[in-house]
Design a protein around this ligand. Structure first.
Ligand code: TXA
Ligand code: MG
Length: 352
């Protein structure tokens, strides 16, 4: 099977193509589609057979639950047993947008979609192509990121074609995504809401709206006995083919260390990649140097992270050294993904 590829923008949506996507989904097929965070691999969330197909296409373990995407707030009550007060507040303030919330699931949501859990993750994306497709599909689209399990999430249609082009019915190309990191996942079913996966919507913003919000302790110490609460956060993810290390410390010392490591590795015959920023780009001379974005616009760093990791897979390097990106708003989310990609290999350097 070769996926049918259609292109459109949020301003000029191709309605016949979206209707066709809706039909494919209603009949149990799979469609790759854009959202504001990353591209999704959609299937009918209320059809256990469609969920099984999603797991098979991704090569994903079936105990890692899917997020159900809805197009309107009115669609929520049918798939959840109750809506906690804090979830209602967050939904009103942050949906549509890059936020996923956990609810006790209603009986119509199959365990095949929730990985056997009695809770269901729900998201109302802001991307208009996504929302129209969901409506055409009957309102409930289960969608993990549209990558093969273990690869970086797709931020453009080309990535989806690369990973899933011969495994699904259709791919909607809506251009490069806006954010580039998966949605923030918040569990509001307990007294104090908890972030299960950091994203664009950070702890500070959530606390402005809700008061105290905790961070899942499992996110901070991946090696400790505490396990992340979101099953997907326990898996090794996003690992590039090249062996990735993050170098952390004052900027000048980081640059010096990466230059030194690059030189040493090239001498030993290894192909080296460097992930830097526009600000430091010209300080590097050896290896394949890719700038991820600008430190003065941290959203550019988030948007290009997965793309840069994929680019290095394509170019073919043996080792990658990356600067660290603890930026003010999205640093937590960016570093969460980068640290996973690096298998938590961090080289600390000190300044003068
Ligand atoms: O931005 C996003 O959320 C993207 C786009 C496509 O919407 N989707 C996405 O899906 O990132 P996926 O499947 O790659 O990640 C879903 C995460 C996993 O870590 C999963 O374990 C967690 O959500 N999750 C799903 N249902 C859950 C539940 N009931 N309780 C806890 N975690 C859950
Ligand atoms: Mg994913």
């Amino acid at each position: 099977m070769k996926a049918k590829l259609v292109r459109m923008t949020e301003d000029e949506m191709n309605m016949p193509a979206l209707k066709e996507a809706g039909e494919i989904l209603k009949q149990g097929g799979l469609v790759g589609f854009p959202t504001e965070t990353v591209y999704g691999l959609g299937g009918n969330g209320l059809d256990p057979e469609a969920s099984r197909k999603i797991y098979a296409a991704k090569g994903r373990p079936s105990d890692n639950p899917l997020i159900i995407h809805i197009a309107d707030l009115e669609a929520l009550p049918a798939i959840v047993k109750e809506i906690p007060e804090k979830a209602r507040i967050l939904a009103e303030r942050c949906w549509p947008g890059p936020l996923t919330m956990i609810f006790p699931k209603a009986d119509i949501v199959p365990y095949a979609t929730t990985g056997g859990l009695d809770t269901v993750a729900v998201r109302l994306p802001s991307n208009r192509i996504a929302r129209e497709m969901i409506r055409q599909a009957g309102g409930y689209v289960a969608a993990p990121s549209a990558n093969v399990s273990g690869r970086p999430s797709p931020t453009m249609a080309e990535h989806v074609i690369e990973d899933l082009g011969d495994r699904i019915e259709m791919i909607i190309d809506g251009g490069q995504v806006e954010i580039g990191l998966e949605s923030t996942i918040v569990d509001c079913t307990e007294e104090t809401p908890m972030i299960l996966r950091p994203g664009f919507l950070n702890q500070e913003k959530l606390e402005e709206i809700l008061g105290q919000v905790e961070l899942d302790p499992g996110l901070l110490h991946e090696t400790a006995h505490v396990r992340p609460k979101a099953p997907g956060m326990r898996y090794k993810h996003y690992a590039p083919k090249g062996d990735l290390s993050i170098v952390e410390g004052p900027s000048e010392a980081v640059v010096a260390k990466i230059r030194e490591l690059t030189e040493a590795n090239i001498k030993e015959g290894r192909r080296v990649g460097v992930i830097c920023t526009d600000e430091t780009r010209r300080s590097y001379t050896d290896g394949t140097i890719l700038s991820i974005g600008s430190r003065t616009e941290e959203e550019t760093i988030a948007r290009h992270l997965y793309e840069v990791l994929r680019d290095f897979d394509e170019i073919g390097v043996d080792v990658i050294f990356s600067e660290s990106f603890r930026t003010p708003q999205m640093g937590m989310a960016i570093m969460n993904r980068l640290l996973k990609a690096a298998g938590h290999t961090v080289i600390q350097v000190e300044g003068e």
